[in-house]
Design a protein around this ligand. Structure first.
Ligand SMILES: O=C(O)CCC(=O)C(=O)O
Length: 288
């Protein structure tokens, strides 16, 4: 939060700054001697004694000092309204233990083995680089993000169908697509982004189910137009997503916030994240 601070400066007080420099240039006081002064009366009775002239000058700060806000942590189950704006309410719902840990254990092993994990490669300015994770897509429709299209894949794995139905029963939403992410170790990640592709429609609902190693899901609020794209002072959140946790993102969350899963400095085992989505056919039939 922006903070105004009143600063006090003592003029002619202590060394340092312009006042201090001016004092050091002043004529030197006579060296101390063991001779008694001409007027031997104590200083406090002497009328001619000059008092040290110290006075405080309060200066208005020339500019507003801003503090980078500390990231909040959400690690308790519940529904959280992250923000409210002209675009609507950004809301998340955290459900740790949505899948109990014993079931999550065998599900993780099965998904790791059975999902057809693939490597997407991007080309930017003639340089190609691999996404730092493996992915797989399920759904009747294709899905394009970061300028690469995932082809339709209607062959849902029975475990994925079962998980989709469990989430649908719990949330009341019906999903038709799924993006699977495999983070092989601490070096895998997904960078800041919003799930705001046109094919997801307005205010998309995303159900994100995690298995395996706990990784931190980070969120940051998109800056207001006055910030000119500067994210320095925006609100931030950290949400540890562990084995069997469901995270729902709803309302304006994709419009007003970004999220990422950063790399970790310490070693991490594999993690699988399933993001169930609702995909709409593009009105003009063109997949951007
Ligand atoms: O792995 C996660 O928790 C997030 C995945 C994600 O951001 C995405 O699939 O868009």
């Amino acid at each position: 939060m922006a903070e105004r601070r009143q600063r006090a400066r003592v003029q002619g007080g202590w060394a340092g700054g312009a006042a201090g420099k001016a004092r050091s240039a002043a004529p030197k006081a006579p060296a101390a001697s063991n001779l008694a002064p001409a007027d031997a009366r104590p200083a406090w009775v002497r009328k001619d004694q000059r008092h040290t002239q110290k006075h405080f000058v309060f200066e208005k700060p020339s500019e507003v000092e801003r503090r980078v806000p500390e990231a909040g942590v959400i690690d308790k189950p519940g529904v959280y309204e992250l923000s409210k704006g002209p675009t609507g309410i950004s809301r998340i719902h955290l459900i740790p233990g949505f899948i109990d840990s014993e079931q999550a254990d065998w599900m993780f092993e099965q998904l790791l083995q059975d999902i057809p994990w693939g490597q997407r490669t991007h080309i930017r300015q003639d340089v190609s680089f691999e996404e730092p994770r493996l992915t797989s897509w399920y759904g009747e429709l294709p899905y394009t993000y970061s300028r690469i299209t995932m082809q339709p894949n209607p062959n849902w794995h029975p475990l994925l169908t079962m998980l989709k139905e469990r989430i649908e029963e719990f949330t009341g939403y019906t999903f038709n697509s799924l993006l699977c992410n495999l983070y092989r170790n601490e070096k895998d990640s997904v960078d800041w982004h919003s799930d705001d592709e046109p094919s997801l429609g307005k205010n998309p609902v995303i159900a994100s189910l995690s298995f395996g190693a706990t990784r931190t899901f980070e969120m940051r609020k998109k800056p207001s137009p006055e910030e000119n794209g500067d994210y320095t002072y925006v609100e931030r959140l950290k949400i540890p997503l562990d084995h069997g946790t469901l995270l729902m993102m709803e309302g304006a969350t994709q419009e007003d916030w970004q999220h990422r899963v950063p790399k970790e400095y310490h070693s991490r085992d594999a993690r699988i994240n399933l993001t169930f989505r609702i995909i709409y056919p593009e009105p003009d039939g063109v997949w951007k």
